[in-house]
Design a protein around this ligand. Structure first.
Ligand code: AHR
Length: 308
């Protein structure tokens, strides 16, 4: 049986690696959204505040580059790794190599389909619940038939899979709500706009609401709706997930109907986990980040407090 990461980490950190300095490798997916840029900054600034050397590897949205970054961290012998995995699959072999080398991995933001003994802990929001809450907002604020366009995040990623699952589960109980088209726009604003233009054309404008798996895609869809001569937030309701500053501005302007929060400010929790591992503690396998829901009733009051 594999010994606890915490104990092994404490032993290793206390001898072989410590004299060379404490270095954390952070494998980041890329910078596809405002959310992800904020997450990178949260990890970077927290490392700096704690005086920990951080090696940041931005994979530019490529799974192969993320896996290559993990191999590079292994070769360098970093003290610990923070991983924000693009997809749920594809990481197990590299994680096994890190585990064999006794390098602990703290997974942030997105979950993995792999042997759970290969990482120390997962710190992330409940994406299924986010999808449910977006659906609940739409159900509560509409009447009659609602034809929905769905803009999905990156295929195979935890948030794309779970946000879809949660939303679908909830609207299944409401026969008047129907997703007429789902298109993958990879969490990116320009792709969200393009996808919305294509859906609008294909459906002859017959769309009552947009469910976007993140704010960037929603903001792209808002542009497309306006260019089609319609009023987002009135003619077409738009709901999304993240609750970035951009989303708040769009809610206050009456163009975005609702944003379910998903916090990217994971740096403090990630480094708390690493410090606890250093002390030899065994971590809970999963920490769920608590999120809120914002719409026209509470967005203006919260806007000045937004950190991302
Ligand atoms: O994994 C979190 C998601 O990834 C955020 O909702 C999205 O904006 C990001 O790109």
């Amino acid at each position: 049986m594999r010994a606890s990461f915490g104990l092994l980490f404490a032993l290793i950190a206390g001898c072989a690696r410590e004299p060379k300095g404490f270095v954390v490798g952070f494998s980041q997916i890329g910078a596809e959204s405002a959310w992800r840029v904020a997450e990178t900054e949260s990890i970077r600034s927290e490392a700096a505040a704690r005086g920990i050397e951080l090696k940041l590897a931005d994979a530019g949205g490529k799974l192969e580059s993320q896996v290559a970054a993990l191999h590079a961290f292994l070769a360098r012998g970093v003290s610990a790794v923070i991983l924000a995995p693009q997809r749920k699959d594809g990481f197990e072999p590299a994680l096994r190599e890190l585990a064999d080398a006794r390098i602990p991995v703290v997974v942030v933001d997105r979950g993995l389909d792999c042997d759970p003994s290969l990482f120390a802990t997962l710190i992330a929001s409940d994406f299924t619940d986010e999808g449910r809450r977006a659906a609940e907002w739409l159900i509560a604020h509409t009447q009659g038939e609602v034809r929905i366009a769905e803009l999905e995040g990156t295929a195979g990623s935890d948030p794309a899979i779970e946000r879809k699952r949660g939303f679908d589960e909830r609207i299944a109980a409401e026969p008047r709500m129907r997703i007429v088209k789902s298109v993958c726009a990879e969490f990116q604003l320009p792709k969200g706009k393009e996808a919305m233009e294509a859906i609008w054309k294909a459906e002859g404008g017959g769309i009552d609401a947009v469910y976007a798996h993140n704010d960037d895609m929603a903001l792209g869809a808002i542009q497309a709706i306006e260019e089609a001569g319609k009023a987002p937030g009135k003619d077409v309701l738009v709901v999304s997930i993240d609750a970035t500053k951009g989303a708040f501005d769009a809610i206050v302007a009456g163009k975005l109907s609702c944003a379910v929060e998903c916090s990217p400010l994971l740096g403090p929790a990630a480094f708390d986990a690493i410090e606890r591992l250093r002390r030899g503690e065994t971590l809970e396998k999963r920490t769920v980040v608590q999120d809120r829901v914002f719409d026209a009733t509470n967005a203006a009051a919260e806007r000045p407090n937004r950190k991302y």
